[in-house]
Design a protein around this ligand. Structure first.
Ligand SMILES: Cc1ncc(COP(=O)(O)O)c(C=O)c1O
Length: 417
């Protein structure tokens, strides 16, 4: 893949949101949005990249969970399903969305805690190396966890300085990683700009310097197909409450390539990751395989809603989801060129869809105030200090018509709001 350009030609006129109803009627995924719980107050939800919407069917799942699994089967459900759920759900997530063969993905902890566990494990596996490399615009939790681990283990953090409208390029990685690098950490889709990093090339570049790589998949899991196994990825962590619609606080997932599972050792030893969980032994012996990356009791309630979303993803297919995501973000760019650029709004995301995830960021000094007006009127994008609006497109729940309503509301708030 070639490197991204900082400028690009404006999106083709007329390909915007003007024909939104027509585009909805032609959308192969048109039936999916009606399967989500409607909101009486929201006319355009453009923040699925922060918190995905719930599915109607999840109400039934919660009901039967309370009556059957929890209410009736009670503690027997641990043996019947819950004990294995972090691994069975991890395998399903891996197969449907990550390109990961079974036995390499686990659902557990929060993203922050899972990042800590896998980053600590990775740097300890390269004791002769002294640096962790990451970009200076990575998500705060990634940066803070790395800062803390570096202090704990006496390592240096080497930052790649990125253009905040884009993200980490292969060239920058090749220039920065060296035989001192224990681990490179990159977000697949940058939380600010939506920049989509080249996972395959960057992984290869880090490997050629002998470094391990950990990918943060928070903004790509469930919306951008990946091939973790085929691309030689070592480690990955992601959240499940964005495009996997697991609900607020649903747990993270972690991927550890089979070849590394016995080489690296995660630092939070708990009974649920031990070889003989109910053996109550004096000393810790890690379980074989991915179970050793679990620490304590799995958050079963938090794993319910995402199961319905995985069913939906299975039905729609990741390729169709990615295709619609591109169409939605292209529609934002066309609208931007026609109606927002003339108002002095800046684009802070890549123009080339090969380098763009599923959100588009635009900037204007008025956006803090504009966002307040939008939220009052049931249009929900997400404001990022000091002047960014992120327009998040969730292909299975967002319609072209809804997007048009939201974008027109931005113009309205800027001109009359
Ligand atoms: C890229 C990225 N990493 C990590 C996190 C969050 O971690 P946690 O789920 O522990 O809050 C987010 C949250 O939005 C994120 O965007």
């Amino acid at each position: 893949m070639t490197s991204p350009t900082l400028s690009g030609s404006p999106a083709s006129a007329g390909a915007g949101t003007g024909d939104a109803e027509l585009r909805d009627s032609l959308d192969p995924l048109a039936t999916f949005p009606s399967r989500f719980v409607p909101s009486a107050e929201v006319v355009a939800y453009l923040d699925g990249n922060s918190l995905g919407r719930p599915l109607k069917v999840t109400k039934d799942r919660f009901g039967s969970f309370i009556e059957q699994q929890w209410g009736s089967r009670l503690i027997r459900s641990w043996d019947e399903e819950w004990f294995e759920l972090p691994l069975t759900l991890g395998d399903r997530l891996g197969a449907l969305t990550l390109g990961a063969a079974a036995g390499q993905t686990v659902v557990a902890d929060s993203t922050t805690v899972m990042l800590y566990k896998l980053i600590r494990a990775a740097v300890d596996a390269r004791p002769d190396r002294t640096e962790i490399v990451l970009d200076d615009d990575n998500f705060p939790t990634d940066r803070f966890i790395i800062e803390g681990i570096a202090r704990e283990r006496g390592l240096t953090v080497r930052y790649i300085t990125v253009d905040k409208r884009y993200g980490v390029t292969t060239d920058q990685v090749s220039e920065t990683v060296s035989d001192a690098t224990a681990l490179l950490v990159v977000s697949h889709v940058a939380y600010r700009s939506g920049y989509l990093a080249d996972m395959q090339e960057i992984t290869a570049a880090a490997h050629s310097a002998g470094a391990l790589v950990l990918w943060d998949l928070c903004h790509s899991a469930g919306v951008i197909p990946t091939e973790l196994d085929a691309w030689g990825v070592d480690l990955a962590v992601g959240c499940t409450y964005k495009y996997l619609n697991g609900g607020p606080g649903s747990p993270a997932f972690g991927y550890v390539a089979s070849r590394l599972q016995t080489e690296i050792e995660q630092p939070i030893w708990g009974w649920m990751g031990a070889a003989d969980v109910f053996g109550m032994r004096v000393e810790y012996q890690p379980a074989p395989g991915m179970r050793r990356f679990i620490s304590g009791t799995p958050p079963v309630v938090g794993m319910l809603a995402m199961q319905d979303m995985l069913d939906l993803i299975d039905e729609a297919g990741m390729d169709a989801i990615r295709a619609k995501s591109i169409e939605l973000t292209e529609a934002v760019l066309s609208f931007f060129d026609e109606k927002l650029a003339p108002l002095g709004v800046e684009l802070a995301s890549p123009r080339d869809s090969a380098f763009r995830g599923s959100h588009v960021t635009i900037r204007h000094e008025s956006f803090k105030a504009v966002n307040e007006v939008l939220w009052e009127n049931g249009v929900i994008p997400d404001f990022r200090n000091p002047d960014g609006l992120r327009i998040g497109l969730s292909p299975l729940s967002t319609t072209f018509s809804e997007l048009r309503v939201g974008l027109e509301a931005i113009v309205e708030a800027m001109t009359h709001g």
